[in-house]
Design a protein. Structure first.
Length: 554
């Protein structure tokens, strides 16, 4: 009987031991599951897809991270001393008073750091305060910091895309079926970095209010670089203000001045209004239309009759206005509409502004819009227009997504091939002999047009503030890329020879960007080849007994 009792007790003890082991094993399994690096986003779905550039470089990634929080009502130690320890360990997050304020909040829980490293978690855990807790979660990381910030966008605190391609691709990036497949943008990080560097340096030196830069493939509409200044860091978006978050490439509209003259000229050629490049237009005196007077840039007036190449080389408002008058309101509007100037820019981004389109097209409206006054568009509008002007006449919508080889879009024809061929010649002449000479990059055969316009403001125009733009393409004998640089309100400083026109502010930026990135884009510099200008060169006037006039106008 005693033996049976002992045997029974032993069996019960073994059963209890087995049950305890089972409970412990189950608990360990649960902790193992809970302790694994989080593979779900904060929305509970699959991890947000990565974003890469066209060459596979990471631009936005979802990573495993730690969040550090606190239950203020569960703290046992001295809150002042704990706040000081936290400030010492996390100086980038806040100082002692800030942490003390978090530790004394009348709430049950608050976060102290949402992106903490394992080493930081270990150091804070060593404080030994049970009221401080740690949570493993996924975080969005932008490893290139400010690079392409406006194209990429950022996330809200609850993990939703709040701008840029993060917002535009929200459904795709959180789709479980797409999990693990990164989205390739059209952006080239190398070109983006060069444009940000050169434009940012110039903007800083010239104390400008803002700037924008674009590099675009003329045959596909792919945006190779999109720069808006000032920049922001999407990793720390809370530190950015309204001006930093605004994308000047797609959200800001400007009167872009003389960069519109080639567009007006292309319309005149395409509609058959101008058929002879030697045809001359009177620019001897300012043009008076009703109570309005159109004049050329003071100090650089030619005060003579100008043919078609000279009209663009010397950037004559008067001659351009006369040509636009012949084109007429209906055809000028038709050309602008074909180029998309009457609607928001065509690109995936949600953040887009509608152009300022004239409500009434009087005769003077037609004349002034031909040289970029009275109509305001985004820099992206201008980029797609110049791409069509040099690529053979085909307009493509802009895209920030990489287009696979062989899947290039057809686009739509807006200009005849012959018109595009002529415009490539004329734009090249502007860089060789006119306002765009500082935009030349040896061996890359750049063509383009400068534009300087007074900043539009309520009640008129600011007399001491300019929007300066250089719209260009290269190489002009076989165009591959459009490059646009724009600066808002640069100051007169030594860096621009105390001139705020585009020739001195942004044309040199384009020259440096092309020189740095042309070969990366597959365009090998070559001084032995250029576009054929033999039929236009004889039309260029030289003053008797002098070298050819090299005055820079806008």
């Amino acid at each position: 009987m005693l033996l049976a009792t002992q045997h029974m007790r032993l069996m019960m003890l073994m059963l209890l031991f087995a049950a305890a082991v089972t409970v412990v094993a189950a608990r360990l399994s649960w902790l193992a599951i809970e302790g694994r690096p989080a593979r779900a986003s904060i929305l509970g779905a699959a991890p947000r897809g990565d974003i890469i550039d066209r060459n596979g470089e990471p631009l936005a990634r979802t990573i495993d991270a730690w969040a550090i929080g606190v239950h203020p009502d569960r703290l046992l130690g001295d809150r002042g001393a704990i706040a000081q320890r936290l400030a010492d360990l996390m100086p980038d997050t806040g100082d002692q008073p800030w942490f003390y304020a978090q530790l004394t909040k009348k709430v049950s829980f608050t976060y102290l750091n949402r992106r903490a490293s394992p080493a930081l978690v270990e150091a804070i855990n060593a404080i030994g305060e049970p009221g401080i807790v740690f949570e493993r979660q996924t975080q969005r990381l932008y490893p290139q910091s400010t690079l392409a910030a406006h194209a990429l966008g950022y996330l809200s605190t609850d993990g939703r895309g709040m701008g840029g391609m993060e917002r535009a691709l929200e459904a795709r990036l959180i789709d479980p079926a797409q999990s693990g497949a990164p989205v390739a943008l059209s952006i080239d990080s190398r070109v983006q970095a060069a444009m940000e560097s050169e434009l940012g340096r110039a903007m800083g030196e010239m104390q400008a209010k803002g700037a924008a830069g674009i590099v675009m493939d003329v045959h596909t509409g792919e945006v190779i670089a999109m720069v808006s200044l000032p920049l922001f860091n999407p990793n720390r978006v809370g530190m950015a203000g309204t001006e930093e978050l605004r994308n000047n490439v797609t959200q800001s509209v400007y009167e872009l001045g003389s960069t519109f003259k080639p567009i007006a000229m292309a319309a005149a050629i395409d509609y058959g209004v101008v058929t002879d490049m030697s045809r001359r237009f009177d620019a001897t005196v300012p043009l008076k239309v009703g109570g309005f007077t159109i004049h050329d840039d003071r100090g650089h007036e030619q005060k003579r009759w100008l043919n078609i190449p000279e009209t663009l080389i010397y950037s004559s408002n008067i001659a351009t206005a006369r040509i636009a008058d012949m084109v007429g309101a209906a055809r000028m509007q038709d050309m602008f509409r074909k180029l998309g100037f009457d609607r928001k820019p065509d690109v995936e981004l949600v953040e887009k502004a509608r152009p300022l389109w004239p409500g009434f097209w009087a005769r003077t409206t037609v004349m002034t819009t031909a040289y970029g006054h009275g109509i305001a568009v985004t820099p992206l509008h201008l980029a797609t227009a110049y791409a069509a002007m040099v690529n053979g006449g085909i307009w493509h919508p802009a895209t920030l997504l990489k287009i696979p080889q062989g899947a290039e879009p057809k686009g739509r024809r807006v200009l005849q091939q012959s018109t595009s061929d002529r415009m490539r010649q004329l734009l090249r002449l502007v860089v060789l002999d006119g306002t765009g000479r500082k935009g030349e990059a040896p061996g890359y055969r750049i063509g383009g047009k400068t534009g300087t316009a007074e900043v539009a403001q309520r009640g008129g125009y600011a007399k001491n503030a300019n929007v300066s733009t250089f719209a260009s393409a290269f190489p002009m004998d076989a165009p591959r890329y459009v490059v646009i640089a724009m600066m808002d309100s640069p100051k007169r400083v030594q860096a621009n020879s105390f001139q705020t026109t585009a020739a001195y502010t942004v044309a040199p930026v384009v020259s440096r960007v092309v020189s740095r990135t042309g070969a990366l884009l597959g365009v090998i510099p070559d001084d032995r080849h250029d576009i054929d200008l033999s039929d236009l060169n004889p039309l260029l006037w030289k003053a008797p007994g002098k070298k050819e006039d090299k005055g820079i106008a806008e």
